[in-house]
Ligand binder design. Sequence first.
Ligand SMILES: [Zn+2]
Length: 112
Amino acid sequence: MDEDKTSPIAGEEAKKVPAEPYELKTEEDKKEEVKQDVKKMTDKIVNHTHCQMCAKAIPAEDRFCSDACKDNHQMMVKKRKKSTYMFLGIMVVLFLFMLFGTKILSFLGGGQ
Ligand SMILES: [Zn+2]
């Protein structure tokens, strides 16, 4: 029954033949290399931030990748501020109308 099966030893021998004969690094070397790569990568990931305008990766101490992005961001912030003030203004006007609407209308209507 067992004669037809290929010898398990032959199978083991086949596994030992390196897939890449020119590769001289051992498994341990490879593991160490991967560890170093991961460390390098994590260093990069930890010590960086993203441009607040275009989200490009930049050094942690910077806020923008370029002057153009800085300008664009400042313009955006100004616009946002402006629309916030406009919104507040509209709210105030609506609030005043709610409080004194009838008085204002009667005043505009010539005091009926
Ligand atoms: Zn940018």
